[in-house]
Design a protein around this ligand. Structure first.
Ligand SMILES: [Zn+2]
Length: 170
């Protein structure tokens, strides 16, 4: 059986958002197999995102599933193919690409368009802020074309790198 990474303790606070990481055998996704694939400096950005989205998901969950008639409606929708996997959105991947946070979501068949739109906005805000936060330490940083196209602060640049790579273009 594949060995899955242990989710970080703070991820337990956002169990709907992170359910693919917390219950990996139910969700064959990148985050289930590899965990969060970016530097720890971005974890506060991810946690803010997770908190905002978790609150949307909990509202959705409460509205959709707290009454037996709604469970019946959901099950009827599943049985007749009007609802498909997943029922409510979950995060499938968190990684780094070209100096930006990358967050992938699978949207659920019972997720209304306005909730999907709010989630999109929260993700866009997290991605935008990651461009100015050092991926290594979480202080303010900037995009380094010559440092593997990642965002670092001056202190986190590797000192032994050739000087011309450290200098920013004018
Ligand atoms: Zn740094």
């Amino acid at each position: 059986m594949a060995k899955h990474p242990q989710p970080r303790v703070w991820m337990l606070n956002y169990p709907l958002f992170f359910r693919a990481a917390l219950y990996p055998s139910s969700y064959p996704t990148n985050i289930s197999h590899f965990g969060i694939q970016c530097g720890v400096g971005w974890f506060p950005v991810i946690e803010t995102l997770a908190r905002d989205v978790e609150s949307e998901l909990r509202t959705l969950w409460r509205e959709q599933f707290h009454r037996p008639d709604q469970i019946a409606a959901l099950e009827y929708a599943l049985a007749t193919g009007r609802a498909t996997f997943p029922v409510i959105p979950y995060c499938t991947e968190i990684s780094q690409l070209d100096g930006e946070l990358k967050v992938e979501f699978q949207h659920g068949s019972m997720c209304p368009a306005d909730v999907a739109e709010s989630i999109r906005t929260y993700i866009d805000n997290a991605v935008a802020s990651s461009r100015y936060i050092c991926e290594s330490c979480g202080r303010s940083g900037k995009f380094r074309e010559s440092y593997w196209r990642r965002v670092y602060c001056d202190d986190c640049l590797v000192p032994e790198a050739p000087l011309e790579q450290v200098l920013e273009p004018a």
